[in-house]
Design a protein around this ligand. Structure first.
Ligand code: UDP
Length: 457
């Protein structure tokens, strides 16, 4: 029997979105969480992805996947010079992205693509979208305060009022409190000119975008969301975070997550375990790992430590100091990679020693877990400063890795009165996040507005 005309109309109306993530752990997670969330709102989604760090389609039955070549067969480029890798990615993906999208417009059983959502770093997508006359929405994967404070910092620099080499590293920058000179992101690249070109490409791609999505919530950084709306981005801003909470189970882990640590956590006393992970790309000197190991051992706290293969400069395997295993066997667990969101939500976890990547920071906040902060790159330093000095839900380790400082910081966070106060503030922030996600809350309503905008195209 023929389908009713109502049903046919309804079927035709499912809008088809193409999304293009940057193939790095934090960026992929946020984009795939957004993709699943939009699918749950009635959109048909095709993920156009690079071969490098390609997502596993079997984890995402609701999404379709189209691989494109990326010029990044050697993943080392990301760790050696991420700016150069980003440049290569934008150069290499532009034409494959155009060809893939053209096909999805003219010949897709799911109807033509009507809008694309791309990571803001993929600035080459502007040219492609313009050629194909497609509207474009950007996803930013950092915090609003990072965007706002760095915009002010750049302006100060351009007007000759501040230079990165000015003054003491601990000097406060009065225009962007509570940041100090040493909190300004230090982007490792051999080619600063390329960095400028990347910044210019992103600024240009911002100009004609239809909207900007951020993985954050108003209860966390309302002042900076207002500043972005008023002074920085002319387009509509949609704060729809925390995405991983709206869209649970939608992350794409590049490494295999070791779930055996969950059974180990079940056996620990509530809020006693410190979880340690420095993200997907950081690496340390051998000496740092020795200091971290002895700091943990001497703290006497139970710990779950993620030691990624390749996370020690120049060594494929990790060698821990003699005597460490014996001293910590009863109360420590080391894994290559953990199911971090589940770990942070586990009642035994009482602290997170983190590099403050934006996803990790947000996950810690939304599970009410206080942080020990060891940032080293990009926006991490700004995130750590806000965690410790604005929301006051963390303690920052200021002098790299030193065993006695680590031992004392862990005790402050996990057992001292100071740690209890920090934990209470962390719980308040968690509740705040949950309120933003409820009907009538800012993230919920922002998501509805985003859906309305895309539906109207
Ligand atoms: N992650 C994970 N297992 C680990 C460590 C991290 O699944 O053992 C996830 C974590 O939940 C987060 C992402 O990897 O979503 C890391 O993103 P983030 O922005 O914090 O840091 P990046 O890795 O991009 O530096």
């Amino acid at each position: 029997m023929a389908e009713s005309s109502d049903l046919q109309i309804q079927k035709k109306k499912v809008p088809h979105l193409a999304i293009l993530p940057i193939p790095l752990q934090g960026h992929l997670n946020a984009m795939l969480q957004l993709a699943n969330l939009l699918h749950s709102k009635g959109f048909s989604i095709t993920v156009i992805h690079t071969n490098f760090n390609s997502p596993n389609p079997s984890n995402f039955p609701n999404l379709r996947f189209e691989p494109i070549p990326d010029g990044l067969s050697d993943g080392k480029r990301w760790t050696e010079d991420p700016i150069h890798a980003t440049h290569v990615l934008n150069d290499s993906c532009q034409e494959p992205f155009h060809d893939c999208l053209s096909r999805l417009i003219s010949d897709s059983p799911h109807g033509p693509v009507t809008c694309i959502i791309t990571d803001e770093i993929f600035h080459c997508t502007k040219d492609v979208a313009d050629r194909l006359k497609l509207p474009r929405i950007l996803l930013g994967t950092t915090s609003a305060f990072h965007i706002a404070t760095m915009t002010t910092f750049k302006l100060l620099q351009q007007n000759g009022l501040l230079s990165i080499s000015d003054g003491e590293p601990n000097t406060l920058i009065p225009e962007i409190p509570p940041l100090r000179m040493k909190d300004i992101p230090d982007i490792g690249t051999a080619d600063p000119e390329m960095m400028e070109r990347l910044g210019a490409g992103i600024d240009n791609a911002m100009r004609s975008a239809l909207g900007y999505i951020q993985n954050t919530f108003d209860g966390l950084e309302s002042t900076y969301l207002v500043k972005i709306r008023q002074d920085i981005h002319p387009m509509p801003l949609f704060e729809v975070g925390p995405l991983y909470k709206f869209s649970p189970g939608s992350s794409n882990s590049i490494l295999t997550q070791d779930y055996s640590c969950m059974a180990w956590l079940d056996k620990q006393v509530p809020e006693t375990v410190i979880y340690i992970s420095f993200g997907s790309s950081g690496s340390f000197g051998k000496k740092d790992v020795v200091e971290i190991a002895w700091g943990l051992a001497n703290s006497d706290q139970p710990f779950l430590w993620v030691l990624r293969p390749g996370s020690i400069h120049g060594h494929d395997s990790v060698e821990l100091p003699e005597g460490f295993e014996e001293k910590t066997r009863e109360r420590g667990r080391i894994v290559n990679w953990a199911p971090q969101q589940e770990v942070l939500a586990h009642p035994s976890v009482g602290g997170f020693w983190t590099h403050n990547g934006w996803n990790s920071t947000l996950e810690s906040i939304c599970e009410g877990v206080p942080m020990l902060c060891s940032p080293y790159l990009w926006d991490q330093k700004v995130n750590a400063r806000f965690a410790s000095h604005v929301w006051k839900v963390g303690i920052q380790l200021e002098n790299g890795f030193n065993r006695s400082e680590i031992e004392w910081a862990i005790r402050r966070l996990m057992v001292e009165i100071e740690g209890k106060e920090i934990r209470e503030r962390a719980r308040d922030l968690k509740e705040n996040a949950m309120r933003c996600m409820e009907k009538g809350g800012s993230s919920y309503e922002s998501l509805e507005s985003l859906v309305d905008l895309i539906m109207s195209l």
